[in-house]
Design a protein around this ligand. Structure first.
Ligand code: NCD
Length: 320
């Protein structure tokens, strides 16, 4: 088993064999999560603190559940009531929490790079639960596990990532992961929602949805990240749905067995047709949520092993 990382800050830092290690271990946790008694002791005695400076439903709930199923003491900081409101900086908050000796810190923050910065200031393992438009590594890993289970592999697939790519950390982490695993990636969306320098990313770029979806194995839809937009990026939601909303008619251009994904939260009737999102023959959106818990268990388990090993080495060093 190869997994060297001390923190999980981004897919950028992971080697393909480390990604495979996470997915393989997550498979074991998928199985555990389907039992009536869902208890393991990989994090027994450890303390996990979740700090979410941005709204979250799936990610926060699944990190909490993942920690509890692995036996950790889990604390959710209510950031809207914390001293951050009184002007305390992210780093001061982190240092305060660090003094309470957590072992795992799960952080979501609206500023790209904030989680990396924080990781340099604390002694525990830090997991990035999404920082600005930068990375959302556990989302890309859970997407990879969902794809691997549906398609039987995570290589040599044609994957379309559609919609608001410019503002999406989900798109960015997926792009990096799918690229590392040697897939063909297509980015589909209006030019206003494409990141700058998109032509240098090594993907195919399409403005036309039907053209871009042709022969795809996987269709990944994204939410319009309105909270990260200042000004008009799209003419209207109605017009956007007409051109870029995924419905059965557009999906028919992809392969017959293509799967539909969405990280949630979904805007039904804006980026995806509600009926298609619920169609269990095409949509794996609920599987993504299920894989989310297992993948987060695997990530925290692997980081905890490395943390224990590091502390063991430090203790041995002190004794000699
Ligand atoms: C995503 C996020 O927060 O980046 N959601 C999630 O983690 N499931 C995507 C989004 O907010 O659109």
């Amino acid at each position: 088993m190869t997994f060297r990382a001390r923190h999980l800050l981004g897919i950028e830092h992971l080697a393909p064999e480390e990604i495979r290690t996470v997915l393989d271990l997550a498979e074991k946790y998928v199985e555990l999560n389907q039992r009536t008694v869902k208890q393991a002791d990989s994090l027994k005695g450890m303390t996990q603190i979740n700090m979410f400076f941005e709204a979250s439903t799936r990610t926060q709930a699944s990190f909490e559940l993942a920690g509890k199923r692995l036996g950790a003491d889990v604390m959710n900081m209510a950031m809207q009531h914390s001293s951050v409101k009184k002007g305390e900086t992210l780093i001061d908050t982190a240092l305060t929490l660090n003094a309470m000796h957590p072992d795992l810190l799960v952080v979501r923050h609206p500023a790209s790079g904030a989680v990396d910065l924080l990781a340099q200031k604390v002694n525990c393992a830090v997991l990035n639960a999404g920082d600005g438009r930068h990375e959302h590594p556990t989302q890309a890993l859970l997407d990879a596990l969902t794809i691997r289970r549906a398609k039987g592999r995570i290589q040599r697939l044609t994957v379309a990532i559609c919609g608001d790519i410019a503002h999406s950390r989900v798109a960015r982490s997926n792009l990096i992961l799918l690229g590392k695993m040697e897939n063909r990636i297509r980015l589909i969306g209006p030019p206003t929602l494409m990141p700058s320098g998109v032509r240098d990313l090594g993907c195919e770029v399409y403005e036309d949805m039907r053209e871009g979806l042709k022969d795809c194995d996987v269709v990944m839809m994204l939410r319009l990240q309105k909270e990260r937009m200042d000004g008009g990026f799209i003419p209207s939601e109605r017009e956007y749905y007409h051109r870029y909303g995924l419905d059965a008619e557009k999906l028919a251009y992809a392969k017959e067995d293509a799967i539909v994904m969405h990280p949630g939260p979904m805007n039904r009737g804006v980026e995806i047709d509600g009926e298609l999102a619920d169609d269990i023959n095409r949509s794996v959106i609920q599987d993504q949520v299920e894989m989310g818990v297992a993948v987060r268990m695997a990530c925290m388990d692997l980081l905890a092993r490395n943390l224990r090993a590091e502390r063991g080495r430090q203790a041995a060093g002190v004794m000699v």
